[in-house]
Design a protein around this ligand. Structure first.
Ligand code: HBI
Length: 95
């Protein structure tokens, strides 16, 4: 399914509302790094994000090292940032 990329203006507005997230240098994704008290808390967070991703049918690119989780959001079907990335980032920020 073709999904529209955010325009630069839309992208900048979205990022302004997501101060914890950073725009990847290529401008095609947003990223955020998390640090938890231990692996168990990190894994619990990832489990909750996984449920959000399934509910939104939009999935992160992510890595976990012990108590750290790095999340990258981009829309493969759009070849860059879309509203789906913003929506999932907003939901992750509520956890
Ligand atoms: N997740 N990040 C991301 N990007 C996509 O394009 C995407 C997805 N999850 C599911 C999904 N697309 C489906 O709509 C397609 O695989 C059919």
């Amino acid at each position: 399914m073709a999904i529209a990329q955010l325009t630069p203006a839309e992208r900048d507005a979205a990022l302004a509302a997501l101060p914890q997230w950073s725009l990847r240098t290529d401008g095609l994704a947003i990223t955020r790094d998390f640090r938890f008290r231990n692996f168990s808390e990190a894994w619990g967070f990832m489990s909750r994000v996984a449920l959000l991703a399934e509910a939104q049918d939009h999935h992160p690119e992510w890595s976990n090292v012990y108590n750290r989780v790095s999340i990258t959001l981009t829309t493969h079907d759009a070849g860059g940032l879309s509203g789906r990335d913003v929506k999932l980032a907003e939901a992750v920020d509520t956890l």
